[in-house]
Design a protein around this ligand. Structure first.
Ligand code: F6R
Length: 368
C-alpha cells in the first residue's frame, strides 16, 4: 500500500505528475474545454460578471492561484475567500456570480455552508472536488473533478497540484465561453498545462539538496516564506505545510509587505524561503524581489531561494539556492511548490514526527 515508501505523504508527493496528468486528461475535446458535470449552459457561463472562489486551508491557496489565471485570461474580477469568512458576511451575490468551491474531500463543512449560501442567493456554483459524489459536488451546478486518487497523508500534497490544474482549466473554460480566448490560444494553454507533469517529475528528481538543507535547519524555531504574484500563494502553502508537519512557527508574506512590518522579524540566521519570479518571464517583479533578498540578507537572514537555473542575481545573494525548471509564469506554482513540500516533510522527519498523521488535525473537517 505504501509501495516501498516509509510514509504515504512521500508516495503522494511522487504521484503529483500523475495527479496533474489525470486531472487534465480528456478536458479538451475538438478544441473545446469541457467540464465533468455541467448543468450550466454556455450562455450562463458567458453572462458571469464576477467570480468568488471559496475554500479552506491548502484548497484556499489553490484558489489564490486560480484568481491570477482567471482574471488574466477572462478579465472577470475574482475574489478568493476562506469559506468560513465568506458565509457569515453577506457577500454580494446574484445570478451572474459564479461561486467556485474548491475541496479535496467535498465534505468540508465551512465550504459546504458557503455553497448553500451561494445557491440560496441564486449564484451559479462550479465545484472543484477530488471525491466523486461528495456533498459539495452534489449541491453544485457544475463540477470539475481532480483525479489525484485517494490521499491518505493528512497534509494535502498531490491534491493541491491537482486543484491548481483544475482551477487553470476553469479559467480556460470561462475564457472560451466569454470569447476572451479562443481556438488555438486555448489549445496552446492546454498543451502548456499538459507539459507540467514532466516539469514536476524533473523537480522531484532534483530534491536531494533540499533534504540536506532541511536537516541543517530542523532545529530552528521559525521560518518565513516570501513570494510575489504567483509565488505568494506558494509561500503561504509552504508555511502551512511546515506548521502542520513540523509544528514550527512559519508565516508567508507578500515580499512587498516586508518593509511595512515583517522585516522587523529578521534576525541573524533566521531561515527565509524566497519564491523567486522568473528573471526572463517577469523581469520587473524579479528585480523587486532581488532587492528584497538583498535587504533581508543584509540583516542577517539565511535566505533559501527557489529560482530558475539562470537566475545569477539571486544565486549570488542566496545562502542556499534551489533550482526548479523554468516554466511559464502562470504555471510556476506546479514546480515551485515541490521543494517547499519536501522541506516541510524532511524537517518534520528530522524532528521525529509522523508526517502522515500530524497532531490535532483531521483529513476532512466536517464541523464548522
Ligand atoms: C492542509 C490541509 C487542509 C485542507 C482543508 C480543506 O494540508 O489538508 O488545510 O486543505 O481542510 O480540505 P478540503 O480540500 O477537503 O475541503
Amino acid at each position: 500500500e505504501k509501495g516501498g515508501y516509509d510514509h504515504f505523504m512521500l508516495k503522494e508527493m511522487d504521484e503529483q505528475p500523475q495527479a496533474v496528468r489525470d486531472t487534465l486528461l480528456g478536458h479538451l475535446v475538438d478544441g473545446q474545454i469541457v467540464l465533468d458535470e455541467q448543468r450550466l449552459d454556455q450562455q450562463e457561463l458567458r453572462d458571469i460578471d464576477k467570480v468568488f472562489i471559496v475554500a479552506c486551508g491548502t484548497a484556499y491557496h489553490s484558489g489564490l492561484i486560480g484568481k491570477q489565471v482567471i482574471e488574466h485570461w477572462t478579465r472577470v474580477p475574482v475574489e478568493v475567500e476562506m469559506a468560513s469568512e465568506f458565509r457569515y458576511r453577506d457577500p454580494v451575490l446574484d445570478r451572474q456570480t459564479l461561486v467556485v468551491p474548491i475541496s479535496q474531500s467535498g465534505e468540508t463543512a465551512d465550504t459546504l455552508e458557503a455553497v448553500r449560501h451561494a445557491v440560496e442567493q441564486r449564484a451559479k456554483v462550479l465545484a472543484i472536488c477530488n471525491t466523486n459524489g461528495a456533498q459539495i459536488p452534489r449541491e453544485s451546478d457544475a463540477v470539475l473533478y481532480t483525479h489525484a486518487g485517494p490521499e491518505i497523508g493528512v497534509a494535502a500534497t498531490k491534491t493541491f497540484l491537482a486543484q491548481v490544474a483544475a482551477v487553470e482549466l476553469v479559467g480556460l473554460a470561462l475564457a472560451q465561453a466569454r470569447g476572451t480566448k479562443y481556438g488555438d490560444e486555448v489549445v496552446r494553454e492546454y498543451d502548456a498545462l499538459c507539459s507540467m507533469p514532466d516539469a514536476i517529475a524533473a523537480t522531484l528528481q532534483a530534491m536531494q539538496p533540499v533534504r540536506d538543507l532541511a536537516r541543517e535547519i530542523a532545529h530552528e524555531k521559525a521560518v518565513l516564506f516570501l513570494g510575489r504574484h504567483m509565488g505568494y500563494p506558494v509561500a503561504l502553502e509552504g508555511a502551512l505545510k511546515l506548521k502542520e508537519l513540523a509544528y514550527m512557527h512559519a508565516e508567508g508574506f507578500p515580499a512587498g509587505e516586508l518593509k511595512h512590518g515583517p522585516i522587523a522579524l529578521i534576525e541573524d540566521d533566521l531561515p527565509v524561503v524566497v519564491v523567486m519570479p522568473s528573471p526572463t518571464g517577469r523581469p520587473t517583479l524579479h528585480q523587486k524581489m532581488l532587492s528584497n533578498v538583498a535587504e533581508i540578507t543584509a540583516r542577517g537572514a539565511r535566505t533559501i531561494v527557489i529560482g530558475e537555473p539562470d537566475d545569477a542575481g539571486a544565486r549570488e545573494l542566496a545562502a542556499h539556492f534551489v533550482e526548479v525548471p523554468p516554466v511559464p509564469t502562470l504555471l510556476s506554482p506546479f514546480v515551485q511548490t515541490v521543494p517547499l513540500q519536501v522541506l516541510a516533510a524532511e524537517i518534520a522527519a528530522a524532528r521525529g514526527y509522523d508526517i502522515d498523521k500530524p497532531r490535532n488535525l483531521a483529513k476532512s473537517v466536517t464541523v464548522e
